[in-house]
Design a protein around this ligand. Structure first.
Ligand SMILES: [Zn+2]
Length: 568
């Protein structure tokens, strides 16, 4: 038999978690054909002796809904061995949409996901209506595989229009929304997402529509998935309130028997025991027979910001007001001692906030003036000590002296290695929270998988390579219902990540100017990732994209192909 592609002599880590072994892997017609010692020839044979051959990674938490329209590879995903992505998270989606409502959907993406307006205005060529239309239009134009969740925000906007940001739904409206969710699933969505995060607003300051939903509305929309026995339910809740949230996850999982995925399990400096409470709460749900996976990232969440453009301090009223002033007025206000006193008062309010208020966790990333070079990579606490100033004054004075161009990094989480290792090892935790396609000027976490393999497996030894690959592949495919993916088995899709286990690592994010409207964004490269293969074709080799478009839209068994539904 002649194969299309043959990789010889790699170490097969098959995604199941079983111990790895050395073997060849042959591909024909986009599928894995044979694994082991392969006698037949192939159109192309590549020697991968010394490299690991794994299933392609599946990034389940992206906001690529917009970017995938102009970038068929969802870069920088393939550079990290990612062969499939899930978009439509956190309630945000670009379908279903009524003509004239496009702008309302853009408003949420601009603010919640920090994607510059000009990018979306120029990059998205609207024209679809239903969720199925939206997916169908991607077919044939994809470098990687794409699956989508239908977002509560879009569904609510569709049925309630402008009232979606103002009031609860009537029983009749809820039924129409439920029907829309059902149609989206039948059109190819792999699940439903919602957003109950009380910090999430649209660009116009209105709450995102899903926040107006009462519990009963959410339950009924989730029932659409229960009735179809298909799909995953993703919930973004924001500020963790343990008892209330876990009761909700438990209830949704129980009434639908569908897996729930919630954001996020993490170590945060402002609440050092939170992660343990979260894992205990979720363990109880699994013990009772329901599924409610917590998602967690593999990297400390780092946000880059300048005082020209940041949401870091939005939880504090004085800060928020000052940051929304025009630039010149903002500079004057930031210099004003009375305002600085108000900032301090804001920070000393004892209520829980996501911002940790610790100046040792805010780092100076890049200065503008050469004489400030000595502060680069120092924390604001160090800066204050060096200048014998109060930290807040030191922080603001440095930025003001550089016309607010100084670039800072805020490390929100990940400070405790022991905690992070336990989080990553938990069977109830789904790794990867890349948020790819969002916050494009604040950070880039395409490399959550290469970081897991390089940092947590090779350098820190917190789990085996086989376990890590399992978490990046088959675990995700199983929870998200991506049949025939995530394992190296004959008959499975030939989605592969082939890398050097001694070198694999993510690089520091870097700036690129490859977005519509000439907009800058952060991308991320990897070292040690040699081949990324999608449906049997190499789309990325040593960081170079091939130009091939073998990607597909991935759907669940609830999908009814156009025409098939009418004939049935
Ligand atoms: Zn998200």
């Amino acid at each position: 038999m002649s194969y299309d592609l043959l990789f010889r002599g790699g170490r097969i880590v098959d995604g199941s978690g079983l111990p790895s072994y050395v073997g060849d892997i042959a591909i024909k017609d986009g599928k894995i054909s044979e694994i082991g010692r392969i006698q037949g020839g192939a159109v192309k044979t590549i020697n991968v002796d010394g490299l690991v051959v794994a299933p392609g990674f599946i990034d389940h938490h992206t906001h690529m809904d917009g970017q995938i329209q102009w970038d068929p590879y969802a870069t920088s995903e393939p550079e990290h061995g990612i062969t499939s992505i899930v978009m439509g998270n956190c309630g945000l989606a670009l379908a279903p949409v009524n003509r004239g409502d496009e702008e309302a959907l853009v408003k949420s993406f601009v603010r919640v996901e920090a994607i510059p307006r000009a990018v979306l205005e120029q990059g998205i060529q609207w024209g679809w209506h239903s969720y199925g239309d939206y997916l169908d239009r991607l077919e044939g134009r994809l470098g990687i595989n794409v699956a989508g969740l239908v977002g509560h925000i879009a569904v609510r906007q569709y049925v309630l229009g402008d009232a979606s940001t103002e009031r609860p739904a009537t029983a009749e409206e809820t039924q129409r929304m439920k029907q829309l969710v059902r149609e989206a699933m039948e059109g190819g969505a792999i699940g439903f997402s919602t957003n109950r995060n009380d910090r999430h607003m649209r660009e116009d300051g209105k709450p995102v529509p899903s926040r107006l939903a009462e519990d009963e509305e959410l339950f009924q929309l989730c029932d659409a998935l229960g009735e179809l026995n298909a799909g995953v339910i993703q919930i973004n809740e924001g500020q963790p309130k343990i008892a209330k949230q876990f009761a909700l996850y438990d209830h949704v999982a129980r009434r639908t028997q569908r897996p729930v995925v919630w954001q996020i399990v993490r170590y945060i400096a402002s609440r050092p025991n939170l992660w343990k409470e979260q894992l205990d709460a979720v363990a109880a749900i699994f013990q009772s027979g329901q599924r409610a996976y917590g998602a967690s990232s593999t990297t400390p969440t780092v946000r880059r910001f300048t005082l020209k453009n940041t949401q870091v301090f939005d939880e504090f009223p004085t800060w928020k007001n000052v940051m929304s002033l025009p630039l010149e007025a903002r500079k004057q206000t930031l210099a004003d001692p009375a305002t600085r006193q108000k900032f301090r008062d804001d920070f000393s309010d004892p209520r829980q906030t996501l911002f940790h208020r610790r100046w040792d966790l805010v780092k100076i990333e890049k200065v503008v003036n050469p004489e400030n070079e000595k502060y680069t990579n120092k924390s604001v606490a160090d800066l204050a000590a060096m200048r014998s100033e109060d930290p807040l004054d030191a922080f603001l004075d440095l930025a003001l002296g550089e016309d607010l161009e100084t670039s800072f990094q805020n490390a929100k989480s990940g400070g405790d290695q022991q905690a992070k290792a336990e989080i990553l090892r938990s069977p109830y935790v789904l790794v990867g929270n890349s948020d790819a396609g969002a916050h494009v000027q604040y950070g880039a976490q395409f490399g959550y998988g290469t970081t897991l393999l390089g940092l947590w497996v090779r350098q820190r030894g917190v789990m085996s390579l086989e376990q890590a690959i399992h978490k990046l592949t088959f675990e995700v495919a199983s929870i998200y219902g991506l049949a025939g993916r995530g394992l190296l088995q004959p008959g499975y899709a030939a989605d592969l990540a082939i890398f050097d286990p001694e070198k694999i690592m993510s690089c520091e994010p870097e700036w690129a100017q490859d977005y519509p409207a000439g907009t800058k964004r952060l991308i991320q490269r990897a070292v040690g990732m040699h081949y990324t293969v999608v449906n049997g074709r190499v789309i990325c080799e040593d960081g170079r994209l091939s130009g091939d478009l073998p990607g597909m839209v991935l759907r669940t068994p609830a999908y009814k192909a156009r025409g098939a539904a009418a004939g049935a």
